[in-house]
Structures are given as C-alpha cells and as structure tokens.
Design a protein around this ligand. Structure first.
Ligand code: G6P
Length: 294
C-alpha cells in the first residue's frame, strides 16, 4: 500500500477499516472498500494514501518522509492551519511553518460505511500547547470520504468569545507520470509568485516546466489538471485561492524529499490565503476539496 511504511494491525474498526500502528507507534486508519483504498494518520489527520480501483495512487508521498512524528509527513495531504507559510509576525518567532495542525495528534471520532464509501471523522481541540502558539480556543473537525472520489472537509469552529482569523490549506501532493504531463486549467488569471515575490498574470493554461510556487487568487470553483495517468477535477468549493508548488531541483536540499522525485509530483492546493477567513465567536467555516476523475 505505502512503500516503506510498515503497519501492525491493532483492531478492526469496520468491515473495511483497521486501526494500525507503524514502527514508531503512530496510529493509522487503513481503508479498503469497493471503491478505493486509503491510509490516514492520526498524526496531523494526514491523508497519506488514496488509490481508486484500477487507478494509480493519487497522492505522492516522499520515500524519505519522517514517519515518527518528529515532523510532519512530506506528501499526501498536510493540513495547513491556522496559518499558511510562515507564522504571522505578531505571533512571534520559532513557530512551525503552515501552522500546528499537521504536527499534532488528532482524535478519532468515528468511522462509518455507506454505499458511497467510508467516512472517517477526526477532531482537534485547543490545548495549553496550541494556546501558547495561537491564543484562540477552537475545535477542528476533519471529515474524509474514501469513495470513487476523495472528499476532505475541514471545519473550524470558533469556540471562543471573540472573532478570529484563519489561513488554511489542504496541501495536496499529486502523483504524476512526469512534469511534462502536467497542465492545469481554471487557476484564473492572476497570481502572486512566491519565487520572484511579485504579482503576475497567467496567460492560458499552466504548464509545469520549472520550479513553481504560486498563489492564484481567483481560481475557478473546479480546477482541472492532467497527471499523465488521469485528468483530475479538484472542486475547491469556491475558496479564495489555489496554490501550485513544485520545488524542482531545490528538492535536493530538502532532507525529507527524495532528491529526484520532484519529477513525479505537483501540489495543487485548496487554500484560504490573502485576508484570511474571519470567523465570529460561536460560528464555523468549512474548507473542502472534492477530488474526482474526469
Ligand atoms: O516544506 P513545507 O513547510 O511543507 O512547505 C512546502 C511548500 O508549501 C506550499 O506549497 C508553499 O507555497 C511553499 O512555499 C512551501 O515551500
């Protein structure tokens, strides 16, 4: 299922799911149903693997990723929350990139089976540790549906008595046959280029021909792209941005990124960036991604 990941079964959760642990004792939910198979770690509520029947693995995973919880996994779908990229300056220094949600152990709330697939429900609440990094009480609910499509919904509940603002992403790493096969449609015409630190204009479809790190600010509700294996539709629910990332040869300087495998990945991420999402006290907001085959 996942190269280099060794699992030991702990218990059956449903007829299609098992709770398992890896060699470091991290817990995973392993799913195999009539539509697809998948693996979700409780560490980070991280979807590491999804493969629909008769398809290639959808998600790219680094073979040198940490697997012991010492740092977030490299690959799959990291949850970036409550900030994206470096922490906002007012929070201070030394905080983890892309927030803390991908580096904490989530609670398994339940697993259920339907004809459409397996639903996994995870949650994360504020603790003294999170309040020290980000001074807001919250509850996160993450629901994953493993069916013929992969659906992920991250709901932020503001359980405090003041409004707060979040920046977030479902930072999906897609497995590709090669960079030359990757064309993305529907990103919209304007983006901020994080490599050149400048605003720029997209002329036509995006082709993956060099290092890329772009925040598109007006993506279509459905972004479509080719991987060389399939044409994928990513329905971002109308969220405010889409990020496209491939480090290219800079991957060689990243210890947890096997140096030549940037050639078989691209991140297309559903995000809330820019001004962020303000959530009033007692209110909630859901960031979702539905990934399907065309
Ligand atoms: O290395 P990480 O913290 O996981 O971030 C990986 C990448 O995530 C996003 O795509 C950002 O736009 C990139 O700037 C960043 O390099």
């Amino acid at each position: 299922m996942l190269r280099k990941f060794k699992f030991t079964k702990q218990q059956d959760l449903t007829s299609n799911t098992q709770l398992a642990t890896n060699e470091s004792g991290l817990s995973y939910i392993l799913i195999k149903n009539q539509h697809a198979e998948a693996a979700i770690a409780l560490f980070g509520a991280h979807v590491l693997h999804y493969q629909a029947k008769d398809k290639q693995p959808l998600l790219w995973m680094s073979h040198t990723s940490a697997q012991d919880g010492s740092k977030p996994f490299r690959g799959g779908v990291p949850i970036c929350w409550p900030w994206f990229g470096p922490a906002p300056a007012e929070l201070g220094t030394g905080l983890p990139a892309h927030g803390f949600a991908r580096g904490l152990i989530w609670q398994l709330e339940g697993v259920s089976e339907t004809d459409e697939g397996t639903f996994v429900h995870l949650s994360l609440n504020d603790t003294a540790e999170t309040l020290a990094m980000w001074p807001h009480p919250f509850r996160l609910e993450f629901e994953v549906r493993v069916g013929a499509t992969l659906t992920m919904s991250l709901t932020t509940e503001n359980t405090s008595d003041k409004e707060f603002r979040v920046f977030e992403a479902l930072h999906t790493y897609f497995n590709t046959k090669g960079t030359e096969f990757v064309t993305v449609k529907g990103l919209g015409d304007s983006f901020y280029d994080k490599l050149t630190k400048s605003d720029s204009v997209q002329d036509g479809d995006f082709h993956l021909i060099a290092a890329v790190d772009r925040v598109y600010s007006k993506p279509a509700k459905v972004v479509t792209f080719t991987t060389g294996y399939d044409t994928i539709e990513l329905d971002n629910g109308g969220e405010n941005s889409a990020v496209v990332w491939n480090p290219w040869t800079a991957a060689e300087n990243m210890a947890d990124f096997d140096s030549d495998r940037w050639q078989t990945m691209v991140c297309v991420e559903t995000c809330v960036t820019g001004e962020g999402q303000t959530i009033a006290a007692g209110e909630e907001h859901t960031l979702s991604t539905v990934i399907s085959y065309q």
